[in-house]
Each structure stands twice: as structure tokens, then as C-alpha cells.
Design a protein around this ligand. Sequence first.
Ligand code: SAM
Length: 253
Amino acid sequence: SDSHFPVPNCPSEVDYSFHYPYFFPKDAPPAPKPKVRFADVGCGFGGMLVSLSPLFPDTLMIGMELRDKAFLLLLFLSLSLSLFINYAEYFISFTRSAHQVTEYVKDRIQGLRATNPGQYNNISVVRTNSMKYIPNYFEKGQLLKMFFLFPDPHFKEKNHRRRVVSVQLLDEYAYVMEVGGIIYTVTDVEELGDWMKSCLEKHPLFEAVGEEEIKKDPVVKLLTSATEEGQKVARNEGQTFMAIYRRVASKED
Ligand code: SAM
């Protein structure tokens, strides 16, 4: 159930000064408030945010993560076992602080801020169900980038409605994205890759980003290397399937 976490009624109710205190100084003169521009949907342990942060130090980014510790502890233990040495650091902090993954990501960000003064001030995380509450967090046209990295595949046909990319949900994503903004999706499950691509292809407000632009985009190589799931796939030399689409204008924009 969603009763474990607070849900804002609308974007103006979210206190972003709590997430990004550096960007909301208390004694600042009245001025337009900075807004979150990138969202990593289903961010897991937050590896993408941590990699993106220094690339776009003035851009506010947020991870959205639903599941609690039970599922993620299993995921985490399997990651730890598969490469204990590299994950030992996560293991120690996770077992010490055995709580929700969003709390873990918050701690990870606080730790990075403390050990790298002046950095990682632009990333944060919320625990929420992105399939229900995206419009509660973002206004129309607010987001420049949205990430869907290694989302859960939900193989059975009756569970396809649980997929985080669908034609219906793309209506919501199109609403919160600025014209010209980019949706990045990647998976190691070919069938899900085809599904995400076909949903984006069918949607009138998205068009495929060209090969040349994809090659030049520094964010693209992070899709398969920055997240914990991406690293697992890379270690197993698994294939990945990307779909990268741009929000295009509608008559109303
Ligand atoms: N993106 C991360 C990565 O690449 O390492 C995590 C991938 S993991 C397979 C999928 C994540 O999506 C899980 O952490 C899960 O809890 C989260 N998730 C699934 N449905 C969600 C929803 N409706 N809202 C927010 N997060 C969700």
C-alpha cells in the first residue's frame, strides 16, 4: 500500500529546500526558485544520480523509488555476493542502517556531500509510487530529462499494466516534460526493450533521437554503466536495449 509515505497534493507543496538546502539559502532575496529538472524513475541505489551530479552541477535532480528494504535487501545481497569486495562498503552501511532504500540513498548523498564539500548538492531522492504520483511532484513542462533504467520487466501479459513505461503513462510523462526534453530508457530484457520502444513510437508527443545526437550525448554511456543494475548486466556481459526519445510540441504547447 502507499500509506507508508506522504504524498504531496501538488508540486508547490513539496519542500525542495529540504532536499537541496545549498540551492535554497535562507537569507536569499526573493527570486524564482530553482526547479527539479531531471527525474530518475525507480532509481534503486541512486548510482545514476551520483554519476550525473558532477556532469550537471547546477541542475536539480531527483530519484523516485518505491520499494522498501525487504525486496531491495535481497537485490542488494545478490549484488554483494556477486562482487563482495566492490560492494563491501555498501554492505556495511546497509546492514548498519537496515532501513528503506530511499533512506539508504539519502545517507549515500549526505556522505558524498560531507566528503566532497561543494559537490552532490543537486541530487536527492523521494520514496513514492511514480506510476501514481508524478503529477503531484512536477508541474507541466518542468522536466528536461527522465530516466527509466532497467525497470522491472513484468513478463506476464496480465502484469504489463504494471510496467512503468506504457502509452497511458507516457501521457503523464509528456505533460511534465518540457518540449525538447529527453526520455532515456534501457533494459537487458529484449521484450521489454521492444515494448518501451513501441510505446514511445506510438505516442504522438515523442520522437526518436537521431543516432548522431545519441553518440554525442554524454549521458548515454551512463545508462549502462552508472546504475547498480547496469553494472550487474555489464559484468555478466549481457546485452542492453535502449530507447531514447524527445518530447515534441503538441498544438497546445
Ligand atoms: N534503476 C536502478 C538500476 O538501474 O540499478 C534500479 C533498477 S530495479 C530493477 C527497478 C527499480 O524500480 C526497483 O528499485 C523498484 O523498487 C523501482 N520501482 C518499481 N516500480 C516503481 C514505482 N511505481 N515507483 C517508483 N519506483 C519503482
